[in-house]
Design a protein around this ligand. Structure first.
Ligand code: BG6
Ligand code: MG
Length: 237
């Protein structure tokens, strides 16, 4: 397949911020004396804020008015924003910084398709805002597992979905990619829960971009000047 662009989820793919979302939700659940079951963490992955709150409230949801729910989501978000204040480039997950730098160095367009309204602040804290030419707005697309945010990112990059490869840690995100008009899904994490992905990896560190973007390199003439066996983590003169 000839890929021409890369699209990333953020939380749990580029940084370990999925963990920070969980800490903030867990504190909220404890404060409300709501149960936190073994599958709560997996069910929360990739869900937008209000859908996550419904998972937390569970069968107690009908005890809360819409106004009360908005206040609870705001409370969780304040706690999350406190937690992300301490983020720095050291919090990039293995392989993320290197892959973004390589894609940028090869002029391969890079987009973000995160459900998080805090994504721009997180990218800034991680020092990688300038690596992305498009940050799709989660408020303008139906939430994952709908494909809208991935399609919006591809459109913003000006690349047809079938030429985009996208990275996700959440089952809902993988479903979104797989219904995005031929986009390819790379699942990051547990292969059992990400079985619909085209590829699954433990981390971005295992992704060898040279193998996926070879044709772009060939078209841009870079390949003519390089040893075909070289991998992107080796120096390309
Ligand atoms: C997703 C996370 O990226 O963003 C979810 O996986 C989170 O855990 C969602 O709920 C929405 O984030 P935010 O920052 O807008 O509340
Ligand atoms: Mg995620």
């Amino acid at each position: 397949m000839i890929y021409r662009a890369a699209i990333f989820d953020l939380d749990g793919v580029i940084a370990d911020t999925a963990r920070l979302h969980l800490i903030a939700w867990k504190q909220l659940a404890e404060g409300l004396n709501l149960p936190w079951t073994a599958d709560t963490e997996e069910r929360l992955k990739g869900l937008e804020r209000m859908a996550s709150l419904e998972v937390i409230l569970g069968e107690k949801s009908s005890n809360y008015t819409e106004e009360a729910k908005i206040a609870l989501a705001a409370r969780k978000n304040s706690r999350y924003q406190e937690l992300i204040r301490s983020l720095s480039p050291a919090d990039l997950l293995p392989g993320a910084g290197e892959l973004l730098a390589w894609l940028n160095s090869q002029h391969i367009p890079v987009g973000l398709a995160s459900a998080s309204k805090n994504a721009p602040a997180v990218l800034e804290a991680l020092g990688i805002s300038r690596c992305f030419s498009v940050i799709a707005d989660p408020e303008k697309s139906a939430p994952k597992p709908a494909p809208g945010i991935f399609l919006a990112a591809a459109k913003g990059l000006g690349i047809d979905p079938e030429f985009c490869i996208a990275f996700e840690d959440a089952p809902a995100g993988v479903s979104a990619i797989k219904s995005a008009n031929g986009m390819t899904a790379v699942g990051i994490g547990n292969p059992d829960s990400l079985k619909d992905a085209d590829y699954t990896l433990d981390s971005l560190e295992q992704f060898v971009p040279y193998d996926f973007f070879l044709s772009v390199l060939a078209e841009s003439g870079i390949r003519q000047n390089m040893n075909i066996d070289k991998r992107p983590n080796e120096k390309i003169d």
